[in-house]
Design a protein. Structure first.
Length: 576
C-alpha cells in the first residue's frame, strides 16, 4: 500500500487543474488547485527540512481547519516526520502534556488566540525548538527560547532547494500520534501508521462512494481522526474530491448555502441542532405552514402525495442546506434513530458509522443502499468484528493502531495476543451483520442493588423531548438514577405563557417550581419506556449548555462525564 503523501501526489497528477481546497478570504471563497497544492506541499517540505525536521521527528499542529493544515500535514509526512494534531479547544496545560509526551520538536499555530495559549507554557517545554505561525496580530514574542518563524518564511526557505527531496518513507512507518479525547482520563497518544490510515480511508470510499466530482464542507476539527480520515484523506487523497473549509461551526448554515456541498461529515449534536432549527422555523411560521409541514411528514415515501410534499416543503429545507447533499455521514457518538428517520423523510440521507481513534477510526458504516436505522452499519471490507462474552466489541484488521505512544503496558491491555483490539464499547451484531452499540463499558452505571444501566441510551430518550437540549444521567454506586438537564431555553421561552413562568431568565428559571414540575411530568412519560431501575428519580436544571470551552465536551461533542460531574458536584450531591 502507498503512503499518504504518495497517494496524494498520484491523485494530484490525475486531476491537476481541479479544485482541491476552498477557503474563505475577505468574504469570498478562493480555490487552490491540485497542482498548486502539490507544489506548495513539496516546497514546504523543503522548508521544514531546512528548519531541521527529519524522519521520525514530531511536528505538532495547533490550528483550525485551513489549507495550511493540509499543507503542513502532507509536507511533514513526505519527510517521514510524525504529525501530532492538537485540538484548538484544549487548555494550555493539556497542550503542554501533548507536546511533552509526544516529544514534538516543532509546532504550527494558526492564530493569535492559539499562540497566546502556547505562550503560557512554551518556556516549560524543553524539546520544542521552533514555533511556526500562520497569522498573528502582533509579533512581540517576549523572551521565548524557541525559534519563531512565519509559515510564509518556511515556504520561501523551501524555494531555495532546487532538487527534489528523496522519499524514504514506507507504508509501515509511523504517520501520526493522535491524542484521544480524554472522556475518562488524560489524553493518550495513539500511534497510527501510513498503512493504518490509508487502509481505512480506501476501505471507507469502497463502502460509501466518493468521487472527484464531490465537494465536502469541512467543519469538524482536522485534529480529530474522524475528520482527518473521512473528511480529508478519503475524499481528497484517495478520490480527488474538493474540500471547502467552513469559517466556523457557527457559520455552518451560511457556508452550506455558499458551497452547496454534496457530502457533509458531522456528529449527532449537529443534526440535533439542525433538527431544532427546522422545527423553530415551522413553529414560528403561520398556522397553515405548520399544518402543511405536519401533513408532509405523514406521507409515505415513493407515493404521489410524498412527491407533492417534497415539492412543497422538503425541497425548500434541502435548499436551505445548499440543495446538493447526496448524503451526510454521522460518527463520533450515537445518533438517535428517530432523528435519522426524520431527515430521511426530508430527503436528507444520514449514513451512520462507528469507530475509535485506535482504529484510524472507521470500523463499520451503513451503506447508502442498505441503511438500518439504529445501527452503525456493517464492518468495512478487511475488518473483523467479534463480540466477547461480556458483549465488548473486539476489532481486528489493518486499521488497528500500532499502540499507545510510550505506554506498552496499556497497549497490551487493549490488544490481545491474537491481535484483537478491545474497544471498551459494548454491543451486538444482528443476523445480517449490522452492529448495534449498547454503550461504553467504562460509562456503565452499576447501581447499589446490582442492576446495570446504560446512560447514553437513556440520554437519547431524554434529548428526544423538545424541552431538553442536553442531559447527563448519573447514579454509579447509588440506589437510583438522577440527571442533570440543560433545558432547550428557546422552546421554554416559546411556551412561557402556557407554562405560567414569571421570568425568561435561565439563571432564575432553573429553580422555578412550575418549570421543575414540567420537567418531572415529561420525565415521567419517558420513565414509562424504561425498566424500573432505569427510571430517573431526581433532576437538576442547568442554565448553560455543556461546552468545549469549559472542557465539558470532546471535539466531537461527546460528554466528558467526569468533568461535568466535578463542575456540578454540589447540585448533584443534593439529589441523593
Amino acid at each position: 500500500m502507498q503512503t499518504i503523501h504518495q497517494k496524494f501526489f498520484e491523485t494530484a497528477q490525475t486531476f491537476p487543474g481541479r479544485s482541491a481546497l476552498k477557503y474563505k478570504h475577505q468574504n469570498a471563497y478562493l480555490s487552490i488547485s491540485f497542482s498548486e497544492l502539490e507544489n506548495k506541499i513539496k516546497t514546504l517540505a523543503k522548508g521544514f527540512f531546512n528548519l531541521g525536521l527529519k524522519k521520525g521527528e514530531r511536528l505538532a499542529i495547533l490550528s483550525e481547519n485551513r489549507p495550511e493544515w493540509v499543507m503542513a500535514d502532507l509536507a511533514a509526512l513526505s519527510l517521514g516526520a510524525v504529525v501530532v494534531p492538537v485540538h484548538t479547544t484544549l487548555s494550555p496545560g493539556i497542550i503542554k502534556h501533548i507536546l511533552e509526551n509526544s516529544g514534538s520538536r516543532m509546532i504550527l499555530v494558526s492564530s493569535q488566540e492559539q499562540f497566546n495559549k502556547l505562550l503560557l507554557v512554551a518556556k516549560e517545554i524543553s524539546g520544542l525548538e521552533a514555533i511556526i505561525y500562520a497569522n498573528l496580530d502582533q509579533t512581540d514574542f517576549g523572551n521565548l527560547s524557541q525559534k519563531i518563524i512565519s509559515f510564509n518564511e518556511v515556504l520561501n526557505s523551501g524555494q531555495e532547494i532546487k532538487t527534489e527531496m528523496a522519499d524514504q518513507v514506507q507504508a509501515g512507518d509511523l504517520a501520526s500520534i493522535i491524542y484521544t479525547s480524554g472522556t475518562t482520563a488524560l489524553p493518550k497518544g495513539v500511534m497510527l501508521t501510513h498503512h493504518n490510515l490509508m487502509f481505512d480511508a480506501e476501505a471507507a470510499v469502497t463502502a460509501v462512494a466518493v468521487d472527484e466530482k464531490d465537494i465536502l464542507l469541512s467543519f469538524l476539527p482536522l485534529s480529530h481522526v474522524l475528520e482527518r480520515t473521512a473528511g480529508y484523506y478519503a475524499p481528497l487523497v484517495c478520490r480527488g474530491s474538493c474540500i471547502a473549509y467552513a469559517e466556523s461551526p457557527k457559520t455552518l448554515v451560511n457556508n452550506l448555502r455558499e458551497i452547496k456541498p454534496t457530502i457533509l461529515v458531522a456528529v449527532p449534536r449537529i443534526f440535533e441542532k439542525v433538527h431544532v432549527s427546522i422545527w423553530d422555523k415551522v413553529k414560528n411560521g403561520s398556522k397553515l405552514k405548520y399544518q402543511i409541514f405536519i401533513w408532509a411528514l405523514k406521507q409515505e415515501p415513493k407515493t404521489f402525495t410524498h412527491y407533492i410534499a417534497d415539492r412543497l416543503v422538503f425541497k425548500k429545507i434541502r435548499q436551505s442546506l445548499g440543495g446538493r447533499l447526496r448524503y451526510t455521514i454521522s460518527g463520533g457518538a450515537t445518533l438517535n434513530h428517530r432523528l435519522a428517520r426524520f431527515f430521511a423523510r426530508l430527503g436528507l440521507v444520514i449514513t451512520e458509522g462507528y469507530g475509535l481513534t485506535e482504529t484510524a477510526p472507521i470500523i463499520s458504516v451503513n451503506r447508502l443502499n442498505n441503511i438500518k436505522f439504529g445501527t452503525v452499519g456493517q464492518q468495512l471490507p478487511g475488518v473483523e468484528i467479534k463480540i466477547a462474552l461480556d458483549k465488548e466489541i473486539l476489532v481486528r484488521g489493518p486499521n488497528v493502531m500500532a499502540g499507545y505512544y510510550n505506554n506498552s503496558a496499556m497497549t497490551q491491555e487493549v490488544i490481545d495476543a491474537e491481535g484483537w483490539f478491545h474497544t471498551g464499547d459494548l454491543g451486538f451484531l444482528s443476523s445480517e451483520g449490522f452492529l448495534i452499540i449498547i454503550g461504553r463499558k467504562k460509562e456503565m452505571i452499576s447501581l447499589s442493588n446490582g442492576k446495570i444501566a446504560w446512560p447514553e441510551q437513556i440520554e437519547l430518550l431524554l434529548n428526544d423531548d423538545r424541552f431538553f437540549a442536553q442531559s447527563m444521567v448519573l447514579g454509579d454506586g447509588r440506589s437510583y438514577l438522577t440527571a442533570v438537564i440543560v433545558p432547550d431555553w428557546q422552546e421554554i421561552k416559546r411556551n412561557a405563557a402556557v407554562l405560567g413562568l414569571p421570568t425568561l431568565e435561565p439563571a432564575s428559571l432553573v429553580s422555578e417550581p412550575k418549570l421543575i414540575k414540567t420537567f418531572y411530568d415529561r420525565i415521567e412519560k419517558i420513565n414509562n419506556q424504561l425498566a424500573e431501575w432505569e427510571r430517573i428519580r431526581k433532576i437538576v436544571l442547568l442554565p448553560d449548555e455543556f461546552s468545549q470551552e469549559k472542557d465539558e465536551l470532546t471535539p466531537t461533542l461527546k460528554l466528558r462525564r467526569h468533568i461535568i460531574e466535578n463542575h456540578y458536584q454540589s447540585q448533584i450531591d443534593k439529589l441523593y
